[in-house]
Each structure stands twice: as C-alpha cells, then as structure tokens.
Design a binder for this molecule. Structure first.
Ligand SMILES: Cc1ncc(COP(=O)(O)O)c(C=O)c1O
Length: 402
C-alpha cells in the first residue's frame, strides 16, 4: 500500500469509532461503474455503494439537479409545504400500488416508520391491541434499536445492546407452517425482504411469499415488504415484490432512492396511512428540497430509460455466465442465485482469498458471510464489465486451490 493510504488509515484509526471492517482500499473518486483509489488505480464497481448508485456514480443529470437545488432550496423543514417533496411522492407512488409516502433519511428509518405505522394503525384505526411484528430468520432490517430487534440475525450485531424493545418475533424463513403458528390476534404486521440481501442474496420462494401475503390478509394484520436493497429497479422490476404478484400494505425503500444522497421512504396504502396523524411521526431532514429533487429525477430517469429492463437483460447475461462458471468449477461454486442485478455466487471455500484476488485485479464486490460473492453493480454497468468480472473469477478459480 502507498504512503498516502497508510497515512489516511492511521488518521482514521485515531478519530473514527471503529465500527467498520473496511477493505484495504481508500476511494478518491467514482463515475458510472468505475471507482478510483487514492493512488489512481481504477476498479470496476460491482457493488454501487451497496445497491445505492443504481444510476452510476456521480450521474451528470442528478448532479445538475443537485447543483441547481443547492442554490435554490436545500432545507426548510416539514413545517412547510414543499413542491419537490410532492413531486417525488407522485412519481414514486406511480410505480406501485401504495397511495401515500413518508420521507426519511435511511433504510432503518423507513422500517422504523413502517413498524410505528403498523402498530398505530392497529390501535387507532382497527381499535385492536396488536403490536407484534413478525420477521424471518436471516433477515436484515437496520441498526436502530427497533429495526435491529426486527432483524433475524444473531451474533455481533445484537451483542451488548440489551434491553432490546419488546414485540418482535422471528420465525424460520420459508416455513409457512411456522408463520401460520406465529401470526395471531396480537400481530400488527409481518415484514419480509423478497430477497435477503445482507443474509447472502437469498430469494424467497414465490409460493411462500404469496401464502404469507394471504395469511396477513386473512388474519387482518399488515404485510410489509422491505425493499431497501431490492427496490428501485435492482431486480429487473421497479420493486422486487412485483415479481411475486403480491401487493404490500407498506413498502420501505432507501439506498438507491436518491442515488447516493441519504434518503428513505415508507409507502403505505390509503387506509393504512390513516394510522398516522399530525404529530405521530416526524423527522427534521425527511424529504428536504434538494434530496427530494434528486430522488424525483432518479425515479424519472429509471422509468424513462427502463432501468428495470436493463437490469433484467444484464442480469440474464451475468447469470448465464456465472452458471457456466459453476458448471466448469462445480467443486468451487455451490450455487449462483439472485434476480436481475442482485446476484450471489456462493463459494464452497476460500471466499476471503477469492474476494481479495478479485480486488487486486480491479473488481469490487462484497463478500457476505465469508462465502457469498454479492454483486450489486450500478445498473448502468456495461455487459463487457460483467463478462470481464466473470473471466477474472474463472481465472482465479482455475489457478487457486479449493
Ligand atoms: C433490506 C434492508 N433493510 C434495511 C437496511 C438498513 O438500511 P440503512 O443502512 O440505510 O439504515 C438495509 C441495509 O443494508 C437493508 O439491506
């Protein structure tokens, strides 16, 4: 590593809370599906800031909107009506079957809003004392205390944070009988990711998702879909739940919503949204003028340029080449799974080594649970970049030992 890199790391170690296990890489700039490190080395980005820069890093159209808004209206607070916020809500709601939006600043906050709305809806609209939120094992819903508790993972992420909030139940993922046994009069909502992202790119089965949605309907509880990672065209449709033929009562979204500016949204059906009244919920920055304008432009470009179609086509191409790699290296690749440009390549062994070698060769992706190469590239990535990644992985697997 260079002196510049070492000096930066030494400074970081002194001043930042050490909450992140970082890759040994410092990024200075990024454009499209490329990133450049402190020493000028270029990388193909197959991570997009963890499913954020779906329209590519430093997208010129979005930069122009941000620059214009920076001199016009950045933030005035939700004490005022703001045109950009309403424009964004109209555009975003046109992509799904929800009717109302609440804007916030992150995925965890969007889920927090969903949990609060589900509980308050039960108490104030349905007059029912139902506060339980059911999620599945392996899920990830955020790091605030409530969303961390909702998260169906153990280990370090929950360690030391007791007491955790009450009213959350986890059931085994994919087991409809376990879900049936858990849902009852006390349940406010079931919350699911259609594809578990942090869990290692694990798509839920279609019949399971439909059965859960029906169960929620029968039992009069809400069906929340966490689209924080899967939303915004990533999986080949605007929303991942649209592959499953279900209509959530609440959708949560963040990551790619403003292509890199902090932004979250909770979308709800009309009758459900009545669970909130003025004063029930709020956030200072949510839906500010600048981020809302950038997010509205993001949605507009995604629809105009059919980014979902692009993710579908490129995803098909990538999937075919990774499945061919699995056929060639059956002892090294356990399974390739995903939808659109949300892809996991599960390795039998040597995950850390393969991941590090890919980085050395100029390809950035994530490694989930030490064994799943998780690919979430900008949707603007070229077919050539995807094929070059597949060729590099092929070469690494051919040359390295199992
Ligand atoms: C499915 C899902 N939900 C919620 C979150 C939390 O989002 P944030 O980190 O913006 O709070 C994440 C983040 O990775 C996520 O993948």
């Amino acid at each position: 590593m260079s002196k510049k890199y070492d000096a930066l790391v030494a400074r970081e170690k002194k001043v930042l809370c050490q909450t992140y296990g970082r890759y040994p890489l410092a990024i200075e700039k990024a454009a499209g599906a490329r990133m450049v490190d402190l020493d000028g080395k270029e990388y193909v980005d197959l991570l997009a800031g963890i499913a954020v820069a779906n329209l590519g890093h430093c997208n010129a159209e979005l930069a122009a909107v941000a620059a214009e808004e920076a001199l016009k209206l950045v933030h005035v607070s939700n004490l005022f009506y703001q045109p950009n916020q309403v424009d964004l809500a109209e555009k975003l709601l046109s992509t799904c079957a929800c009717d109302r939006a609440f804007f916030c600043n992150s995925g965890a906050e969007a889920n927090e809003a969903a949990i609060k709305l589900a509980r308050r809806f039960m108490r104030t609209v349905r007059y029912k004392d139902a506060g339980e939120i059911i999620t599945v094992e392996g899920s990830f819903h955020g790091r605030t205390l409530a969303t961390l508790t909702a998260t169906g993972q153990g280990g370090r992420i929950k360690e030391g944070f007791d007491p955790l909030p009450e009213g959350f139940t986890h059931v085994p993922c994919g087991d409809i009988d376990a879900m049936r046994a858990a849902v009852g009069g006390q349940t406010a909502a079931v919350m699911l990711e259609m594809i578990q992202g942090e869990g290692g790119v694990l798509p839920l089965a279609e019949d399971y998702v439909r059965a859960v949605a029906e169960l929620c309907h029968e039992q009069n509880c809400l069906f929340i879909v966490d689209e924080v990672q899967t939303g915004m065209c990533r999986t080949g449709k605007f929303w991942a739940h649209q592959h499953y033929g279900v209509e959530p009562d609440i959708i949560t979204c963040s990551k790619a919503l403003a292509n890199g500016l902090p932004m979250g949204a909770m979308l709800a059906k009309e009758h459900v949204a009545h669970g909130f009244v003025p004063g029930s919920h709020a956030t200072t920055f949510g839906g500010g003028g600048l981020v809302s304008a950038v997010a509205a432009k993001t949605v507009e470009i995604m629809l105009r340029d059919d980014m979902a179609g692009r993710a579908r086509e490129l995803g098909k191409l990538a999937m075919e080449s990774f499945r061919a790699l699995k056929a060639k290296h059956p002892e090294r690749i356990v399974i390739v799974r995903g939808l659109g440009l949300m892809i996991g390549i599960e390795l039998a062994s040597g995950g850390n080594e393969v991941h590090a070698e890919l980085r050395k060769r100029g390809f950035i992706c994530n490694l989930a649970h030490g064994k799943v190469l998780r690919l979430l590239p900008p949707l603007v990535i070229s077919a050539d970049d995807l094929l070059a990644f597949a060729a590099a992985l092929d070469d690494i697997l051919s040359k390295s030992k199992a």
